[in-house]
Design a protein around this ligand. Structure first.
Ligand SMILES: Nc1ncnc2c1ncn2[C@@H]1O[C@H](COP(=O)(O)OP(=O)(O)OP(=O)(O)O)[C@@H](O)[C@H]1O
Length: 250
């Protein structure tokens, strides 16, 4: 079976003279939550932009369920949903209209739309704000709108960029519960975050990026083994990578 997402020897960035990413390779399978971690500027958002098809690889390729964006642009884009770090909303649309627009773009039928949107509005405690315009939303509320739009679609692959900053504790827990449910139903989630304790608790695997390259990837158990300390936390390993203090064991 094809992996849901396959990134193979990706080099890319914003200028061919100075690529940001070098030889980045990883796969994601159905039902996995994978944490993408790394210091500011490590290349997490750039990796995400390549997966979304906003940047073109200089070399290597990206496939979602076996297809590249060139082979099937619509199918490629439809099979994923993205929650950006900075919420981007249409100022002239209400919360409900954002959900409706997403449902239309992804061709959800009315019954499915109604069921899912009601569930999401309840989960994120936004039922009473359905008719509000984004100008009246706080940052966390804006973020919740983006999250609800992504999870309305139930695609094969979710790309979630730093979702926890700005959400209140109940919002964070609702998102974690939702991700756990989507995972169980077979979706894959790639999540970039700096909140390592939460990542350690919820992610099945990790990719640690450092200066545009994958320093190490795998389950926490595998990374600990390679790090040579079976009790190390993700935080400790990450700090050692960031400080250039790691000597990986095979
Ligand atoms: N639009 C851009 N044009 C040119 N260079 C950029 C652009 N965006 C990011 N970069 C550069 O690409 C490199 C990787 O940045 P990226 O945004 O991918 O890091 P990140 O891991 O997501 O960091 P953060 O944790 O701060 O969000 C950095 O050196 C950054 O300066």
């Amino acid at each position: 079976m094809n992996p849901v997402l396959s990134v193979k020897q990706l080099s890319g960035g914003y200028s061919r003279q100075r690529p940001v990413l070098h030889d980045v390779s990883f796969d994601m399978n159905a039902g996995e939550l994978v944490g993408l971690v790394g210091l500011n500027g490590a290349g997490k958002s750039t990796t995400i932009k390549h997966i979304l098809g906003l940047l073109e690889p200089y070399s290597g390729e990206i496939r979602i369920s076996g297809r590249t964006i060139r082979e099937d642009k619509i199918g490629y884009r439809k099979s994923m949903a993205y929650v950006p770090e900075m919420p981007e909303l249409y100022e002239q649309l209400t919360l409900e209209e954002h959900l409706q627009l997403t449902a239309m773009a992804y061709h959800l039928d009315q019954k499915t739309y109604k069921e899912r949107s009601e569930q999401l509005l309840k989960l994120f405690n936004m039922e009473k704000k359905k008719h509000w315009f984004p100008t009246h939303f706080s940052k966390g509320m804006r973020q919740k709108v983006m999250i609800m739009c992504a999870f309305l679609v139930r695609p094969e692959l979710y790309i979630v960029d730093e979702p926890f900053v700005g959400l209140d504790p109940i919002g964070i827990q609702s998102l974690l519960d939702l991700m756990t449910d989507m995972k169980k139903s077979g979706s894959s989630i790639l999540m970039s975050t700096h909140i390592l304790t939460t990542a350690e608790q919820y992610c099945d695997r990790f990719i640690i990026l450092h200066e545009g390259r994958i320093a190490v990837q795998g389950t926490l158990e595998k990374i600990r083994r390679q790090f040579g300390n079976s009790k190390a936390s993700l935080h400790e390993i990450y700090l050692a990578v960031a400080r250039g203090e790691t000597q990986w064991m095979e």
